[in-house]
Design a protein around this ligand. Sequence first.
Ligand SMILES: [Fe+2]
Ligand SMILES: [Fe+2]
Length: 272
Amino acid sequence: MGSWSLDDIPWDRFDPARVDPRLVPLVKAASLVEANGAAYARHLCRVFADDRTFQQSAGAWGDEEVQHGAALARWASLADPAFDFDSAFARFRDGYRIDFDHDVSRRGSRSGEMIARCMVEIGTSSYYTALGEAAGEPVLAEICRRIAADELRHYRLFYKTACTYLTRERLGRWARLRVALGRIAESEDDELAYAYYAANETTAPYDRRRASRLYYRGAAALYRPHHVERAVAMTLKAVGLTPNGRLSRFASAAAWWALRLRARHPLSVAAV
Ligand SMILES: [Fe+2]
Ligand SMILES: [Fe+2]
């Protein structure tokens, strides 16, 4: 059971006049990705087959991710009554499949799996913080505030579990950094682009390049330097490096520059 439910959201305060239309496609896409949380939770329970305590935490984590999807989908339906979450989610699941049929992590170890999960939670906690701060509509701001707090708690769960398993598996800093950078690079794969497509496009064929550019252009524009600095510090901590030294400042500057490039990326295609 999570720390909040959909009934805690003040839906009656929804203000259509304050909806930013640029955020609606991003919220729709996020609702699909979050709703896939149950499948990830089942996979984690297989990877940690003999760890009952972590399995219970993973089950609760999956429920919370699914609830994030439900809250975002409900807000998207208020902002755009034509949004049909069930159809969009079916389209997303039909077109984007992850092979979860393994009992071992594809990161090579349980601690590696936890570091990869930390990267995802760093991404989501910073994203929902940025989205909530950009949202002028009060219900979306409230949903994002609650989700961002959950994502931060998820990061702590996976970080703590990683530390527990690191004492047995002895994954060095470079190996951890490789896992972290590999997971960040995977963010470029189909998942977010396909979610953006499935949530916002119903007739045109999938064009990954176009969907990816549309998604990242919208998402990158939400970030401010303090979001990036915090995400970099959390990343360095997860891989066992000093979170607030010279490396942190350099990595934050590089990440901020990369985000600015993405936010300004010209679209050579028509908007979805
Ligand atoms: Fe989430
Ligand atoms: Fe999460």
